[in-house]
Design a protein around this ligand. Structure first.
Ligand code: DAH
Length: 369
């Protein structure tokens, strides 16, 4: 049995007055009901349920009561505190539900709204086809060579046996650089890369040289002042026109398919002797020359053949200009326009589509041609 309570403090004990407990409880319940947000409820919890709250302080005073009053006060305070705790828990649940509801509305995501996705780019088909051709030749052991677009007139013309009076040197074909006697032109073909390579490397030489070329043509359905060519050059001992045909056939197979046949016709280029023009059998009419509707084939114009490009055995004058002895080495070269090949292969209607840079044009070709 504990002895009489000597610490009896009437001031503190007055907090245990039933009316005061009731008032503290009502205050707490009113504040809980008035809390309209979880933050407010948190503040209410601290002031009405925390360590310094009236009911917690009253609870602490119970120990100081005489034993006869303890049970009664303990029950009263306990009930009040339990009531407050239950009210806080209930309000907490309510406010959380309200918050969740609000978030569902406020942060609603409409999954049916069309996404603003950035469309992926696409490489231009000219680039794709160039890569494809270069890759195929690299696979056969050839190398890719490059030359500048701003070229020395001598390399673009003279070294290729295009003398000063050659019509290709006239102003209407060539972009000359100011002053006209600067000796510089925008290269009119990729053939000067042949000369550069022969001047720099000892035979054997096997190169492909793709790149931009420039001519003073207006842009129309079949012309553009800036276009692309790919040039091939082989210099070795004992090369003949049979090797040239083999290389061209490999080229055509890569570009137009396995079973495409070729033919050659005599032609003339100052930098090759003999020179020839290569045709391949039309892939649309297979050489028949007839179109679907009974008329002429639209792709080849009815001839059954499509012109591919020029070629020939490298002219001895060119070999000599590049320091190669024609009695020891021989070589062949060919060159063709990429745009033309692309128009044929994919039925591209006109040059405009190819130069305008509209991404939708490139996207049709995907990442492979
Ligand atoms: N350079 C010529 C042109 O632009 C094309 C050409 C013809 C290239 C014959 C060659 C060749 O290498 O042997 O029209």
């Amino acid at each position: 049995m504990s002895g009489p309570n000597t610490d009896y403090d009437p001031v503190e004990v007055s907090a245990l007055d039933p009316a005061a407990i009731e008032a503290a409880s009502e205050d707490a319940l009113a504040a809980i009901a008035a809390a309209t947000s979880l933050d407010q409820l948190k503040a209410v919890r601290i002031s009405h349920q925390g360590e310094r709250s009236p009911l917690a302080l009253a609870n602490r005073e119970i120990g100081a009561l005489p034993p006869s009053a303890k049970a009664e006060a303990g029950k009263r305070v306990g009930r009040a505190r339990a009531g407050v705790a239950a009210a806080i828990a209930a309000r907490q649940t309510e406010l959380e539900a309200e918050r969740d509801e609000r978030i569902l509305v406020e942060e609603r995501v409409d999954v049916t709204v069309p996404a603003t996705r950035r469309t992926p780019g696409a490489r231009h088909p000219i680039e794709l086809v160039t890569q494809r051709l270069a890759d195929a030749f690299v696979g056969m052991g050839w190398e890719v060579a490059e030359g500048p677009e701003l070229e020395a007139e001598w390399l673009n013309f003279d070294a290729l046996n295009l003398g000063p009076d050659h019509p290709a040197r006239q102003m209407q074909d060539t972009f000359f650089l100011d002053p006209v006697d600067s000796g510089l032109v925008l290269r009119t073909h990729t053939s000067p890369v042949q000369v550069r390579t022969m001047l720099e490397q000892e035979p054997p030489i096997y190169i492909v040289a793709p790149g931009k070329v420039f001519r003073t043509d207006d842009l129309d359905a079949t012309h553009t002042p800036v276009f692309h060519q790919i040039e091939c050059l082989a210099i070795d001992k004992g090369l003949t026109m049979a090797h040239l045909r083999g290389a061209i056939d490999a080229f055509v197979r890569i570009m137009f398919g396995e079973e495409i046949r070729t033919r050659v016709r005599c032609s003339y280029f100052p930098f090759t002797e003999p020179s020839m023009e290569t045709d391949f059998v039309c892939f649309a009419c297979h050489g028949a020359g007839a179109g679907d509707a009974g008329g002429q084939c639209r792709v080849c114009g009815g001839s059954g053949w499509i012109e591919l490009g020029g070629s020939g055995m490298v002219n001895h004058k060119v070999l000599r200009a590049c320091g190669i002895d024609p009695d020891v080495h021989s070589g062949f070269a060919f060159g063709l326009g990429i745009e033309r090949a692309l128009m044929l292969r994919h039925g591209v209607q006109g040059m405009h589509e190819m130069v305008e840079g509209d991404i939708r044009f490139s996207q049709q070709f995907g990442m492979e041609v």
